[in-house]
Every structure is written in C-alpha cells, then in structure tokens.
Ligand binder design. Structure first.
Ligand code: AMP
Ligand code: SF4
Length: 473
C-alpha cells in the first residue's frame, strides 16, 4: 500500500488530540488557528478505537470540512494537518495525514519538516529489498517502521525515528495510540497542552488558545511521547542531548504573533527585532514607519518605538488573497503581490517612508512594494529587513527556493538595494536576531537555526540531501 505517496517536505502545521469525543471538531478549530502554516490542503484522521477515518481535501480548512463530514468522523482521538504548497505539489494524494495499511495494522502520519538523510536511508532500505514509489520522507519513515526488527510496535517506531536526521515534528495515530515526536535539534515547533482530561499537541500554541486548551510545555527536542488510554508516557529517540536549533524564520515570518515558541512570544520577538534594527541602522531621517502586513506589523511598531518616528498604516492587506508564495510560478507570484497589498496614499504621499519587512528571498516582494509606495507618492523609501541576508538554502522544510534564486546569494547589500529600488536598505545582523528573540537558552546563538543566513547548518548535510522543493511532492 505504498503507491502514490508524495512529499511531506514543506512548512506545515500539525494538530493532535487524544481523549475527547469531539476530536474531529476540535481538530478543525485547531487547524483554523494553524491555517497560516499551509493553505493547499487540510486533513483530519480520527480513531474510535477500532477504525481510522480520514476526512481531507484540497484548499482551505473552511473549504475542506463541513459539519456533516466532521460529525461522521466520530472518535476520541485525531491527528490533523494543514499543508503548504510547493510547485507541482498539488493533488489530494499529497494531503496529510497519510494513511498506511499493513499487516501490523493501520496508521496515520502527519508531519512538518524535511529530513536531510532521507535518500541515504532510502538507499540502504532498497539494498535490503524495499521498493519505493516516491522520493517522499514519509515513505522512508514507513519502510523503516515496517522493516525494524524491534518489537513491539513502539520499539519499531522508536528505532525508526532515531535514524532520522533533519527536521520533523511528527504525529502518528493508530487505533489505540497517538505518538508525538520531535527531531533532536527541535528545528520545528511543537507544543503540548491539555483540554480538560484530553491531551492536545500543536505546531503552535495559538491553536490551544482557540480551543480553550491550556499550554503544558513544549515537546522537547528528541522527545517521543506515547499517549494511550493509560495516559502519557515520555520516551526519547536520542541517547544524548544535541544543540537546540529552532528555526529562526518561525520567529521572523512563519509563526503567528500570538504563539509562544520555547517560551518566547512571537509578537514580542518581532517587536524586539524592529527595535534592534532601529538601533543597528543608526540615525535615519524619515517621517513615517510602516510595516508590511501581517508578519511585519509587530516589528514596525518596535522600530517606531525605538526610533521615535511615528508608526502608520501605510499598507493595507487584502484579507481574501493568500500568501504570495501560494502561486507556484514567478509570474503568478508577482501578480499575487499586487492583488494583496495596497498603499494608503494619504499616509505615504510626499513622505520619507521607513518600510519594515521580514525577509528578502528573491527580492520580488520588496521591489514591488517600494514601487507601489513610490507610485503612491512616497518621497523616499527606506527598507528595513528584520532578518539577515538569506544566502543559503534551507534543508529543513522551508521552501526558500533554489540557491540561484536567493538574491543575497549573488548580490551584496548595495546591489540588492539597487535591485529593489530602495533609497536605503538595512538588514538585521545575526547577533541582533539572537538578542531580539531573547530565547531562554545561554548558548551564543540562542539555540536558533540561522543556517539560511549564516551557512552553519545544525545537522550534517549529505551530498544527496534534497531540497524540499526538489522532492516529489
Ligand atoms: P521575495 O519576494 O522572494 O523576496 O519574498 C519575500 C517575502 O516572502 C517576504 O517578505 C516574506 O513575507 C515572504 N517569505 C519569506 N520566506 C518565505 C517562505 N519560505 N515561504 C513563503 N513566503 C516567504
Ligand atoms: Fe529556518 Fe533558515 Fe534554519 Fe531553514 S535554514 S530551518 S529557514 S533558519
């Protein structure tokens, strides 16, 4: 039953609940809170102790589920997923959680992240007779579980997961157990909470707030949790601690401002990024500070507070258009930027504008916004980016494109400034980013992964490590 398995390689959101008769409905609400992490597809798999039932589809959470479908998915436990799109990644067969049937029973998997040793493991499995239908990470995980000589099932899963390197926040559901696991570096977020007697897990704590669950703690790097009718048991897939490496881009761009990651609120971290940037850029003559909605509003407020330049709403987002990366082609992406943002002419006309944004990947978005502000009459546009130049690809599940498409990989800051047609351009330094996140860890990098900015990858990268968007997905 391994045909047509596709990738699990993108930035996504996972949600799980154990011990609640309305598990499907609560998963639906949980996915709503995680919608920003993926808009291409959504799915819920529910167990009633006997059978696993999937409900899934392409599109937004609201489009995929309705009352009738959720009511039919009865059970006391569920895992759920929202999927982020990549080029060529469409199709219902890619929508998670994925279901696998084998002699050891049926299981569902929902996964966020990208493995760096998937090819390596796959080759070893092929040498011992496994036949693969895709290049997806999930298929590798499933083969590893099936092939494991360990017993019982928990030991098989533990053994399989201990072989994985790279990023994963992973949920497995069988008819009588939910398994929760996080990679040894803690690259992607995963939090544990309670809703009455039920256990809940989610990529971001904002999902707990929406359903009224209480945050218990973050799932620790390398941790493996088994949740059954007997309660929660804690295990580990690692023998020793590894350096923490939470993706810095979660704080910069991906996570919702009301989420807390490793105890740090994302909105507050972004505000501090804006403040750091204002300090780092020295004195700047400008009339208004504006942020690019939504991810940069917090940092623009921080920049305004620190610089003393008034904060204004210079750009308005059209709520009913998705994020710009949704459209797979560059041409559509460019059109998407136009569709989703509008300048507030009264705010920017004749003004020297500080425009705060979270990151520059290819430079397309910044150039369009600078042009838009100038067309609306801005006298000057000073671009402030709350992350360092992105010079390296991400192997851990964030689709930052090919290295050739990263403008900072081949252009210095002055060349990028020219390309985006800004009057000045300032990036936050890696040190400023570490200070701003103010994570409660003592190491110099604050337990952050900043590899796309620094080239220092927290895991080995294999010669055959495949970038998320190059996988079959
Ligand atoms: P670009 O136009 O390629 O420079 O894209 C930069 C913009 O895309 C930023 O302002 C972010 O808001 C957003 N962004 C950054 N990284 C990503 C990513 N990995 N996926 C989707 N959007 C992103
Ligand atoms: Fe996040 Fe960049 Fe590290 Fe990828 S390389 S996990 S985007 S910080």
């Amino acid at each position: 039953m391994l045909t047509e398995i596709r990738g699990l390689n993108e930035e996504c959101g996972v949600f799980g609940i154990w011990g609640h008769q309305e598990s499907a409905q609560l998963s639906y609400y949980g996915l709503h809170a995680l919608q920003h992490r993926g808009q291409e597809g959504a799915g819920i798999v529910v167990t009633d102790g006997e059978t696993l039932r999937p409900v899934k589809g392409e599109g937004l959470v609201n489009d995929v589920f309705n009352e009738e479908k959720l009511r039919a998915a009865t059970g006391h436990a569920a895992i759920a997923h929202v999927r982020y799109p990549t080029a060529g990644g469409g199709g219902i067969e890619n929508v998670q959680p994925l279901l696998f049937r084998s002699s050891t029973g049926t299981l569902a998997i929902a996964h966020n992240g990208n493995l760096v040793n998937a090819n390596h493991l796959k080759q070893n499995l092929e040498r011992s007779g496994s036949i693969f239908n895709s290049t997806s990470d999930t298929e590798v995980v499933i083969h590893l579980i099936k092939k494991s000589s360990h017993s019982p099932f928990r030991a098989k899963v533990k053994n399989a997961l201990s072989l994985l390197k790279g990023a994963f926040s992973l949920l497995i559901l069988t008819k009588d157990m939910m398994i929760v696991a996080r990679d040894r570096n803690g690259l992607r977020p995963l939090a544990l909470g309670r809703l009455g007697d039920a256990w809940v897990v989610a990529s971001e704590t904002c999902a707990f707030d929406l359903i009224g669950a209480e945050f218990v703690r973050d799932v620790q790097p390398g941790e493996l949790l088994y949740i059954t009718k007997n309660g929660l048991e804690v295990d580990s897939i690692i023998e020793e601690q590894h350096p923490r490496a939470m993706c810095a881009m979660e704080y910069v761009y991906f996570a919702r401002p009301d989420s807390n990651i490793d105890g740090v609120n994302v909105h507050m971290a972004r505000k501090r990024m804006g403040r750091e940037l204002a300090r780092e850029c020295g004195s700047i003559e400008a009339d208004v500070v504006t942020g690019v909605p939504d991810s940069s509003l917090s940092s623009a407020i921080g920049f305004a507070e620190e610089s003393g330049i008034p904060y204004e709403l210079g750009l308005i987002k059209n709520r009913y258009v998705g994020r710009t990366f949704i459209q797979p082609t560059q041409e559509l992406r460019e059109r998407g930027v136009k569709m989703k943002l509008s300048p507030v002419v009264q705010v920017v006309k004749g003004k020297r504008v500080v425009m705060v944004d979270d990151s520059i990947v290819r430079g397309t978005t910044s150039r369009r916004i600078v042009r838009m502000l100038k067309e609306a009459g801005a006298a000057e546009v000073h671009v402030m980016i709350t992350s360092p130049p992105m010079t390296n690809p991400c192997f851990y599940g964030i689709d930052t494109s090919t290295p050739e498409q990263l403008i900072a990989a081949s252009h210095n800051v002055e060349e990028i400034r020219e390309a985006i047609e800004a009057d000045t351009l300032t990036f936050l330094t890696p040190e400023g980013m570490v200070r701003a996140t103010a994570r409660p860890f003592n190491d110099a990098d604050g337990g952050l992964c900043m590899a796309c900015f620094t080239g220092k990858y927290p895991t080995e990268i294999y010669s055959d490590t495949v970038l998320p968007h190059e996988k079959e997905c």
